[in-house]
Design a protein around this ligand. Structure first.
Ligand SMILES: [Ca+2]
Ligand SMILES: [Ca+2]
Ligand SMILES: [Ca+2]
Length: 173
């Protein structure tokens, strides 16, 4: 009872109290903010106050500036097509590196491919059916193992280099 009154008072007085209004330490209501925004919800009320929104704006601005600083190679203060392409490529490389790391973490027996058990362990939050569906989607060649290429989605995206058909020609026990 007390908490809800406090909470209401907190919300009403939020604009005045922002920063000091750390009353609701208990997760009182489900947070509806996406994770990348939730970290800006300093007082934890599940939404963004004007101050918090300001912080989001500033973070985005900083990020934009950082990207500009890094990729504006001719220093004209904006990104032309080539610079944008370089930025995009760097982003893709980053994503690929992160995914490759994930793959290595998931590959617990270290044989360079993921079997269903490894994928299941890596996707703990998903139901068995969902994992099976993901597995099937990733396993392009249907050999019941997910290679790094399959994991990175290289096999169906740009087949610039025709892959030799890899047939598992050793008999399965
Ligand atoms: Ca530029
Ligand atoms: Ca494995
Ligand atoms: Ca496969």
């Amino acid at each position: 009872m007390k908490t809800s009154i406090l909470l209401a008072a907190g919300i009403i007085g939020l604009s005045a109290l922002t920063g000091s209004a750390r009353h609701a330490d208990r997760p009182g209501r489900p947070h509806s903010l996406p994770p990348q925004l939730a970290k800006f919800d300093v007082d934890g009320d599940g939404k963004l106050s004007a101050d918090e929104r300001e912080a989001v704006k500033k973070a985005m601005e900083d990020r934009r500036k950082a990207i500009l600083e890094k990729f504006d190679t001719n220093g004209d203060g904006k990104l032309d097509e080539a610079e944008r392409a370089a930025a995009r490529e760097a982003r893709q490389e980053e994503a690929k590196a992160a995914r490759t790391k994930k793959f290595a973490e998931a590959d617990s027996d270290g044989n360079g491919s993921l079997n269903l058990a490894e994928l299941t362990a890596a996707l703990k939050s998903l139901s068995a059916e969902r994992v099976a569906a993901v597995f099937k989607r990733l396993d392009d060649n249907g050999d019941q193992a997910i290679s790094l290429d399959e994991f990175l989605g290289r096999t169906d995206e740009k087949p610039e280099r025709p892959q030799p058909p890899r047939r598992p020609n050793h008999p399965r026990r």
